[in-house]
Design a protein around this ligand. Structure first.
Ligand code: PBG
Length: 336
């Protein structure tokens, strides 16, 4: 007998799978996940992103198949990004709202085939910009208010095409309000906005920029990075300013991006907002896990769900991750 009795033994609540299940605080379901998809114009294209193995740039025919098989696994939310050929890019991203835009046409087709899915868009200039920036570049600067008009046009075109929720990823000031007003004036009061509220100027977007060839172009009169609009990774309170503005301007979701290096920001917004919080587990974060797993240094099947659970535990209601479908498969097979 120990001299002093130990009254509290936290291990009692870890004694069996059943007890552990009873006291589990955070849950991760397929319904929380959003799968990013990269669209290319054309037919029968399935081109793997070299820096993100397992993720492909797909033409619409293959993309419809990918959505169908995801729906069978219970995964019903998708965010779509276009890989636009250079010939269609210009300084002001006019192709972004061109009625012949293959991205907009694809959205209409996807919603016709699968009305039950949730389709999220990307609102930003960079897929369409010959300068590789999210806003219009003039005199070596990214001009804010001129960009807003373009984003508003893109937003209305995307709502008309059938997107359910729009995802402004550009970090211009006032963009949520500009989009919301334009959408409402055009009668799209039911189209939601998932705002990239706290999007950091991060090194972890590399594979995504490879996939879309959307990195800032190398030229003397074009800023080489996105630091004048994306947030400084050193800042935390500033995320509260962005959250306050997006909320006032009518956002339906607040997003933090990236996720893993910014778990504190996810938690901060969760505790300071009543809106649902989304977290983008970005391409570079997924690539790190894949690289270590492929080297045999990490067990992917364990490390990946642990990572997603950590993002949920920090406070994310929704997680955008390239692993959404793999997780849904593992869940269906009862492996997680
Ligand atoms: C750009 C955009 C980026 C991502 C989503 N939208 C990259 C960037 O800001 O350069 C990154 C997503 C990822 O890395 O998975 N509008």
């Amino acid at each position: 007998m120990p001299k002093k009795m130990m009254l509290r033994r936290p291990r009692r609540n870890r004694v069996s799978a059943s007890v552990r299940g009873m006291v589990q605080e955070t849950h991760l379901e397929v319904s929380h996940l959003v799968l990013p998809l990269f669209l290319m114009d054309g037919e029968n294209i399935r081109s793997e992103v070299p820096s993100l193995p397992g993720t492909f740039r797909l033409s619409l025919d293959h993309l419809l198949g990918e959505i169908a098989s995801s729906l069978e696994l219970g995964l019903s939310s998708f965010i779509l990004f276009p890989a636009v050929p250079d010939t269609l890019k210009d300084k002001t991203g006019t192709y972004g709202y061109d009625p012949s835009n293959f991205y907009l046409k694809a959205a209409t087709s996807i919603k016709q085939h699968f009305p039950e899915c949730t389709l999220i868009s990307d609102v930003a200039l960079d897929p369409y910009s010959s300068d590789g920036h999210d806003g219009v570049v003039r005199g070596g600067k990214i001009v804010n208010d001129e960009t807003l008009h373009i984003l508003a046009k893109m937003a209305v075109a995307q709502a008309e095409a059938g997107f359910d929720i729009l995802g402004p990823s550009d970090m211009m000031d006032g963009r949520v309000g500009a989009m919301r007003r334009a959408l409402d004036e055009a009668g799209h009061t039911d189209t939601g906005i998932m705002s990239y509220t706290a999007k950091y100027a991060s090194a972890f977007y590399g594979p995504f920029r490879d996939a879309l060839d959307s990195a800032p172009k190398d030229s003397d009169d074009i800023p080489k990075d996105k630091k004048t609009y994306q947030m400084n990774p050193a800042n935390k309170r500033e995320a509260l300013i962005e959250a306050e503005l997006d909320t006032e301007e009518g956002a339906d979701f607040l997003m933090v991006k990236p996720a893993l290096n910014y778990l504190d920001i996810i938690h901060l917004l969760k505790t300071n907002s009543k809106l649902p919080i989304a977290a983008y587990h970005v391409s570079g974060e997924c690539a790190m896990l894949l690289a270590a797993s492929r080297n045999g240094w990490l067990d992917f099947d364990k490390a990946m769900p642990e990572t997603l659970m950590a993002i949920r535990r920090a406070g994310a209601d929704v997680i955008l991750t390239y692993f959404a479908k793999v997780f849904a498969e593992m869940r269906k097979e009862g492996r997680v």
